[in-house]
Design a protein around this ligand. Structure first.
Ligand code: 4AD
Ligand code: MG
Length: 431
């Protein structure tokens, strides 16, 4: 029995008999020869089928192969510098598993709605494949970063009794004879966990009923959220900066090939070095007003405002001290500027917008209670959260990084919908 190998392993099996299983990507040849490009998710290899080397029946079947037909081939790996990947497989046995009908996705240009309707097939295309490989690397790198620093992964629930990031975009669902909300953020639970473990993070899906149809918003997106006891805003920013550098370095180290497939200008990623600029909200407003005089001081930043600010820097920029009025109830205020939150938003370069939001949390019981009232939030739902300020309250801070926006930036994709396997937006629940 020949070894079952993946195409990515072909170089290790030069001159040996192996079995490769995959899908037909392309087919050429004439007369006594078929050249079949086969992909298996790890790479592409040219399979050479010479009439005399396989059974008559197998040779005939190969003539009928279409794009995305599935096959298993046993043969010998040989070197061929002309072939993609540098190797080819000289077939001895071919098993055709399925002859696919005409494949709907061809190299011609398709509209985005068509491609999204066929997302379950589109994932096989080289660019989509490259994006999801990079997504995998970014998730792995961010988890490695925290694991190496001694953080504990603590999973947050998906069904929640209350809002974390404001009530306007909550997804409500029936929960037996009461209501539940799909989580907007694991943060509040990470605050509880930080008081138990010190340094924690969660990684999971989060949900927001975003009615905006922008290139930066999904209704279901994934977030990695660290939380650390005894951290202040500065330490929180150092942690975020270190994580971004770690992720970018890892992708540059391990996913060059995928970045190339995406035609990503890697010099832009190579420029991402410490220190990241850290600017006060008021400074950001000055930059914005120079280009957008309409901007009202005190407002939250819109997508175009973020692009204006980020265009001044060649690396991510951190904006702190937003007006507390535009931020969530749990944010601690600045002692020097009581109307400002001790918060940070990290904007990606090249106009990709906010990828991280976080900051220091209010740790005083009475102040937190009054914030919950000011925000018209139901106090009963937060009693457990208030307990964290009763039993050994300490300064603490954390942040959340949106995976899809980070993938969009690193891959250089203009729209967030290609950065998640099966995107969910206001207008899309299928496939
Ligand atoms: O700034 P946000 O709302 O912060 C929080 O949820 C905090 N509770 C996190 C924390 O401190 N633990 O969201 C954090 C990040 C954003 O910077 C963005 O990258 C992403 O989550 N994000 C979205 N990504 C895609 N679609 C959406 N609708 C998003 N909303 C937020
Ligand atoms: Mg935010």
């Amino acid at each position: 029995m020949a070894n079952n190998i993946t195409i990515s392993q072909a170089a290790q099996y030069l001159g040996q008999e192996v079995t490769i299983s995959g899908w037909v990507y392309n087919k050429t040849g004439k007369g006594k020869l078929h050249f079949i490009m086969v992909r298996d998710g790890t790479g592409v290899i040219q399979v050479v089928i010479f009439k005399g080397n396989v059974t008559e029946e197998a040779f005939e079947k190969c003539a009928a192969l279409t794009q995305e037909s599935s096959i298993r081939i046993t043969g010998v790996i040989s070197e061929d510098l002309r072939a993609k990947g540098g190797h080819e497989l000289q077939a001895k046995e071919v098993e055709v598993l399925n002859i696919a009908p005409e494949y709907p996705i061809s190299p011609k240009e398709h509209g985005i709605e068509f491609l999204m309707d066929n997302r379950h097939l589109w994932l096989r295309s080289s660019k989509q494949h490259a994006i999801l490989k990079i997504r995998h690397e970014i998730i792995k790198a961010s988890r490695d970063y925290f694991d190496n620093l001694g953080f504990t992964l603590v999973d947050a629930p998906i069904f929640t009794p209350s809002a974390c990031e404001g009530t306007s975009n909550l997804f409500e669902t029936d929960y037996f004879d009461t209501k539940a909300y799909l989580t907007q953020s694991g943060q509040l639970y990470m605050e509880a966990a930080a008081m138990a473990f010190g340094k924690v993070y969660c990684f999971g899906p989060t949900f927001r009923a975003e009615k905006s149809k922008t290139r930066r918003h999904l209704t279901e997106f994934w977030m990695i959220e660290p939380e650390v006891a005894f951290f202040d805003l500065q330490q929180d920013m150092d942690l975020a900066e270190g994580m971004i550098i770690y992720i970018v370095d890892r992708v540059l180290e391990k996913r060059r090939q995928e970045l190339e497939i995406l035609e990503r200008d890697v010099s832009k990623l190579e420029a991402v070095k410490t220190p990241f600029p850290r600017i006060h909200y008021d400074e950001a407003v000055k930059l914005i007003k120079a280009e957008n005089p309409e901007f009202i001081d005190g407002d939250d930043l819109g997508g175009t405002d973020e692009t204006i600010v980020s265009s001044h820097f060649d690396r991510p920029v951190m904006i702190t001290h937003y007006p507390a009025a535009v931020k969530a109830f749990y944010m601690k205020r600045s002692a020097q500027q009581p109307d400002r939150a001790l918060c940070v938003d990290v904007l990606a370069p090249e106009g990709y917008g906010e990828i991280i939001g976080g900051g220091q949390r209010e740790d005083d019981l009475e102040i937190l209670l009054s914030r919950i009232r000011e925000h018209n939030l139901p106090q009963e739902a937060f009693n457990w959260y208030l307990d964290l300020r009763k039993y050994g309250t300490v300064p603490h801070a954390g942040f959340g990084m949106g995976i899809e926006r980070t993938v969009a930036w690193i891959c250089g994709r203009p729209h967030i919908r290609e950065t998640i396997p099966f995107p969910r937006t206001m207008y899309r629940l299928t496939p």
